[in-house]
Design a protein around this ligand. Sequence first.
Ligand SMILES: CC(C)(COP(=O)(O)OP(=O)(O)OC[C@H]1O[C@@H](n2cnc3c(N)ncnc32)[C@H](O)[C@@H]1OP(=O)(O)O)[C@@H](O)C(=O)NCCC(=O)NCCS
Length: 166
Amino acid sequence: MIQMVPIAAVADAAVEQLLDRAFGHDRHARTAYRLRAGTQAIPELSFALIEGNVLLGSIQCWPVQLEGDDGAVWPLVLVGPVAIVPERQQEGLGRRLMEAALAAAADGPPLTLIGDPEYYGRFFGFDAAATAAWRLPGPVERHRLLARGLSVPAAGLLGPRRHALA
Ligand SMILES: CC(C)(COP(=O)(O)OP(=O)(O)OC[C@H]1O[C@@H](n2cnc3c(N)ncnc32)[C@H](O)[C@@H]1OP(=O)(O)O)[C@@H](O)C(=O)NCCC(=O)NCCS
């Protein structure tokens, strides 16, 4: 039986191994990692799927902020990485993890992520319309910088949420 559990129930090393398999060992150089540098994944929004003692997939969400050009600071949630072990992809597990995180995040700040618009737009309502004027601490393909939520702010610098820094 496949079970959804808080990610804290799974060993950190197992999650890291899963992410290496899904994204490759060079994943730490990605801009998404700079966005969340120094913060911890939000426990209430981060889940794992397990079958027995086998990890099948995980999702983590991070506290980030957009510092608007007008000086206002908007808290946002960075969604991802979402990863399913290669041999269990296309079974709806990624969707299960995303739906759990989206439901848990429903009353919180707007969501952002860097990912394939074909997947996150089609199934989960993310798009790049609101993010065109965001600046990031690293390179990003603009069409993959996505957001969801009506109150997403317009222009500014995206980075780790300052009060969440250790
Ligand atoms: C992307 C990922 C999380 C999707 O999870 P999954 O469990 O395989 O996907 P689901 O079963 O929930 O959804 C399957 C559907 O999504 C589509 N899909 C999956 N990945 C896609 C992508 N990158 N772009 C567009 N569509 C995609 C499939 O074609 C399928 O559509 P269909 O139902 O019309 O056939 C998973 O494949 C994965 O871990 N990939 C490697 C890591 C990665 O790229 N993560 C996401 C980037 S942050």
